[in-house]
Design a protein around this ligand. Structure first.
Ligand SMILES: C[S@@+](CC[C@H](N)C(=O)[O-])C[C@H]1O[C@@H](n2cnc3c(N)ncnc32)[C@H](O)[C@@H]1O
Length: 266
């Protein structure tokens, strides 16, 4: 039976992250290398999550909102004998490089293009499910209803006693509200900061990029709506950046990250 022990240790995973990061940022200038490099490993958080989540034993694992597959890579390193399925709404633009990224990582995963609000799998076919920083993007594009529908679907395709691992910047109270109407029992919670400290040059370059990313996730086409969203998010991030430089002298772009692990009951 596949188990957690099959996988790489933290120090081996850190080496794999460093190699993948070097490939991922190969065309970037030094500042962009820091910004884009964060996507590989997410400041130690992805490693921290896979070390804590139960080994997905005896079946397939679904990672929804898999983006360009950075968490799939970590799952593959930690649990190499688990069949992985990644699901994302599109594999275009930045997500177009997912196959190459997984090949560079040495991880195999079946990729499905689908909306997480309607997961095209039968009930109970996965032994475990995860979503790393995907809920907030679903919420930006499809609102609270979209977020709830995605969690309901993820629960439906999970087998009884299977585990769901969710990671986002949400408070535990918000996770509770999202999960408490579903047949899930929370078994573990954890919180962790990114091990990243950016200086002003990196922070000021990152914020417009993140605001553009927010606009892309909002899925609006009207130029005025796009500008309004950009300006609002840019201003919010700038205020947060100023607060962090004032209080601690460096900028951490995300976090604290919170992880909730739940088991399906019934
Ligand atoms: C920030 S990324 C998550 C990071 C990703 N898990 C990783 O490991 O790199 C969020 C992703 O959610 C996807 N997404 C947004 N709405 C979605 C939906 N309704 N169904 C499936 N994927 C969705 C976006 O395309 C985006 O790639």
């Amino acid at each position: 039976m596949p188990s957690k022990k099959d996988g790489s240790t933290d120090s081996v995973i850190m080496e794999k992250e460093a190699r993948l990061r070097a490939w991922f940022t190969r065309k970037c200038d030094p500042v962009l290398k820091v910004i884009d490099g964060l996507d590989i490993g997410w400041g130690g958080v992805q490693r921290w999550v896979t070390a804590r989540m139960p080994a997905p034993e005896g079946g397939r694992h679904l990672d929804f909102s898999c983006g360009y597959g950075t968490f799939l890579a970590e799952l593959g390193w930690r649990f190499p004998s688990i069949p992985l399925i990644g699901l994302n709404i599109d594999y275009e633009g930045p997500h177009g490089q997912i196959r190459q990224l997984l090949a560079e990582a040495g991880v195999q995963a079946e990729l499905v293009q689908a909306d997480a609000r309607k997961i095209a799998f039968a009930d109970g076919v996965f032994s475990s499910v995860s979503c790393f920083m995907g809920l907030q993007d679903i919420k930006i594009g499809f609102g609270g209803d979209g977020e709830r529908a995605s969690l309901s679907e993820a629960t439906r395709v999970l087998r009884s006693d299977g585990t769901m691992t969710l990671v986002d910047e949400y408070s535990f109270d918000k996770f509770d509200v999202l999960l408490n109407s579903l047949p899930l029992r929370v078994t573990e919670r954890g919180e962790r900061d990114l091990d990243t400290r950016w200086d002003r040059e990196v922070a000021e370059r990152a914020i417009p990029l993140y605001a553009e990313g927010w606009v892309a996730q909002a899925r609006v086409t009207d130029p005025e709506d796009r500008k309004r969203i950009y300006d609002k998010e840019h201003a919010r991030m700038e205020t947060e950046m100023a607060r962090q430089f004032r209080n601690q002298g460096y900028y951490v772009p995300f976090g604290p990250m919170r992880m909730v692990i739940a088991r399906k009951i019934g």
